[in-house]
Design a protein around this ligand. Structure first.
Ligand code: NOJ
Ligand code: CA
Length: 687
């Protein structure tokens, strides 16, 4: 029997048959087959099947529809699509209400309270395939995933694309970066009407005309292709999976589950950040005791390469020499900084490594570097080296050395490795066992396996991983707490050589977009405010300090040159003091792309730290210290933009003042153009 689709209807219209003469072709009304509400009842999901058996879900918030009926389903490369002809074969529900503890993070304890609905869909005809859709409804968001049950009629799923939709009801604006372009995630954010969205990465942040903030993303992206979203029409968005050179974008054996498709709903930008949906939808820690994962700050043989004054390649300008590494170890030890990143330490950087990493050897230091000696020297000073594995996108080559490379690092006592995948997106090199060369995307299924393989192999050796040019974060640090950070957006490096540099509102955008996915190795703290060729960085000095609080990572770099920190001792004092591990986090205010103020409490003490970042206009931030303990004195050391600070002319003027404050007091923080403020709130007087 032929289904009467919209296309056929359009055709009939086009050949002159009036709509009125076609009553039998009208859409059959959908029937609600299952519903589930959040624990407090403010969010609810309903599942519908229309007359053609097409499943859809819709979300209401406080009784009003926020996501209109949105389709579910799959296209396959070798089987009919799964999208219509379904019947409801069963449903079940349950509630979970628990708390769990993060080994490190922005919050020590996380509440996980949701109502779950599982619906089983079964095709009425044909192969009668079955598909489960599982919804978890929280008070601040919804996650759902597909589960392919074990069934003889669908053993291997070769997924050509996913048909999941997100139909946003109210008129909205969106902050997004393009997906499917050459530079994976490193774009300046677009801010457009939602109705002008192209093809975007997630997290995708939306604000609708009633002030509701929505973040679309995914959780637990494991052995699957990353989800992009593209606009179909109006404000109807549709998932599309990152491509694969083998045709099917995902190949999996049933039974298996897809990643969670997630939607956070909040009244403010800060509300999006405060949600724990992503972490909660990931599996618990799979590594057991992870006390060996140590949050730390680090310096690096790094910024000088981005400035062009040193090189990764060997020769006259080589940065990673024994003498220079020793200098950085001494600086770290003298300032209580835990780690020293060294880039360009190994063989392979001498040629064109962008997009070609086949010359890299991850066990061979360059001849001018006593790598083992420096690892031992670092240890003797209470510091550790952070190795760098730049792959140039030659991932099969890296995988061929991975075990040996990690063994080598472990043997030298190197507890953390930064990885890199510098190549155009879609140009990752994959070599098959028979020698066939294929090209992959950074977030395709094959790469999702690769990144996780590195993390799990590193975990066996008690090594933490900080991936640059990564696959996006989807909360997997909960399951694999040695995946401490990643890049996945424009970081500080763009302020060295970017054309253009990161705009002054970049960080206030990141706070409510990229940061919703997890820790970002942004590499803050360029106190010189100077990039390549003496170019000016769009930031004040106080803002560089604020970044340590606003942009969370358990590994935070002091990105500038040691000699520059010597020139800005006030700034260095704050950077030395600011923790990298927190027991609590509050977003005090924020508007996407305009400003953001965060307060975080030291995981290992009673002190609070506050960071505020703005954009390209002067602002005054008024914050109330209601998060402090009642009846307790706090010494506030305030680092704020000086009266003449302005990134366009001179971002350096900074006023540092100390006063005693209490719970409920108000701080007024002037932000200059490109400005920020940082405050250390030490419990007790007289500090
Ligand atoms: C890009 C990374 O983001 C950067 O931190 C690194 O220095 C270069 N690649 C070289 O690996
Ligand atoms: Ca990068």
């Amino acid at each position: 029997m032929v289904s009467l689709t919209g296309r056929l209807r359009a055709l009939l219209m086009a050949v002159g048959l009036a709509q009125a003469s076609l009553p039998a072709l009208a859409e059959t009304p959908a029937k609600v087959v299952a519903t589930v509400a959040s624990p407090a009842g403010n969010l609810a999901v309903r599942v519908e099947l229309d007359g053609e058996g097409r499943p859809a879900y819709a979300v209401t918030r406080r009784g009003a529809e926020v996501i209109a009926p949105s389709r579910l389903g799959f296209l396959f490369t070798d089987a009919p699509k799964m999208e219509r002809g379904f019947t409801l074969a069963g449903q079940s529900s349950r509630t979970v209400d628990e708390t769990w503890e993060q080994p490190w993070g922005e919050w020590r304890t996380i509440a996980n309270h949701f109502n779950e609905l599982r619906v089983r869909l079964k095709e009425k005809a044909g192969a009668a395939r079955e598909l489960d859709v599982v919804f978890r409804v929280y008070d601040d968001g919804v996650g759902f995933r597909y589960e392919f049950p074990d069934q003889p009629q669908l053993k291997t799923a070769r997924i050509a694309d996913e048909l999941t939709e997100f139909a946003v009801v109210r008129t909205g604006e969106a902050w997004w970066t393009p997906a499917g372009e050459w530079d994976s995630y490193e774009y300046i954010y677009n801010h457009t009407p939602l109705a002008e969205l192209g093809q975007a990465h997630t997290p995708l942040t939306i604000r609708t005309d009633d002030g509701t903030h929505i973040a679309l993303h995914e959780a637990a992206l494991v052995d699957y292709a990353g989800m992009w979203v593209r606009r179909v029409d109006g404000q109807r968005l549709k998932a599309t999976l990152s491509p694969s050179p083998i045709g099917a974008r995902v190949v999996r054996q049933a039974p298996f589950t897809t990643p969670w498709r997630t939607m956070i709903f909040a009244d403010s930008a800060g509300g999006l950040y405060q949600s724990h949906l992503e972490l909660n939808l990931n599996e618990p820690n799979a590594l057991g005791d992870v006390s060996w994962v140590k949050p730390e700050k680090f310096v690096g043989v790094w910024w000088e390469m981005h400035l062009g004054s040193a090189s990764w390649a060997t020769g006259r300008k080589h940065g990673a020499t024994t003498a220079n590494v020793r200098k950085h170890i001494d600086f770290a030890a003298a300032n209580g900084i835990g780690g020293v990143l060294v880039e360009g330490w190994n063989v392979g950087w001498d040629g064109q490594w962008f997009g070609n990493g086949n010359d890299f050897d991850f066990r061979k230091p360059t001849p001018d570097l006593d790598w083992a000696g420096m690892a031992a020297y670092a240890r003797s000073k209470g510091v550790n080296l952070i190795g760098h594995h730049e792959t140039g996108g030659s991932v099969s080559h890296y995988e061929s050395q991975l075990d040996a490379a990690l063994d080598y690092a472990q043997g030298l006592g190197i507890p953390a490795i930064k990885t890199g995948y510098v190549t155009d997106d879609g140009d990752i090199e994959r070599v098959e066992p028979d020698g066939t060369r294929l090209r992959e995307w950074h977030d395709g299924q094959w790469m999702s396996r690769h990144y996780l393989r590195v993390v799990t192999e590193a975990a066996k050796r008690h090594i933490a991983i900080d991936s640059h040019e990564p696959i996006k974060d989807t909360g997997l640090r909960r399951t694999y707490p040695n995946w401490v950070a990643r890049e996945g957006a424009r970081g500080m490096e763009y302020n060295a050589w970017g054309d253009p540099k990161n705009p002054p509102n970049h960080e206030a955008t990141l706070a409510f977009t990229r940061m919703l996915s997890g820790p970002f190795d942004f590499t803050p703290g360029v106190v010189s405010l100077t990039g390549k060729d003496n170019s000016r960085i769009p930031s004040t000095l106080a803002k560089q300090l604020a970044l340590y609080v606003v942009l969370y990572s358990p590994v935070q770099m002091l990105a500038d040159l040691p000699e520059n920190y010597a020139k800005y001792s006030d700034a260095l004092a704050f950077i030395k003091a600011v923790p990298v591990d927190w027991s609590d986090t509050r977003v005090l205010n924020g508007e996407v792309g305009q400003y953001a103020t965060f307060a975080r409490k030291d995981r290992h003490g009673e002190d609070w730290y506050l960071g505020s970042v703005g954009d390209d206009q002067p602002r005054t931030m008024t914050v109330t210290l209601d998060f402090l303990d009642a009846g307790r004195d706090y010494t506030a050391r305030i680092y704020r933009d000086g009266p003449n600070a302005d990134w366009h002319t001179d971002g350096h003027p900074m006023t540092v003042e100390t006063r005693t404050v209490h719970q409920g007091d108000t701080l007024t923080l002037p932000l200059a153009r490109g400005g920020g403020a940082a405050v250390q709130l030490v419990a007790g007087k007289g500090h």
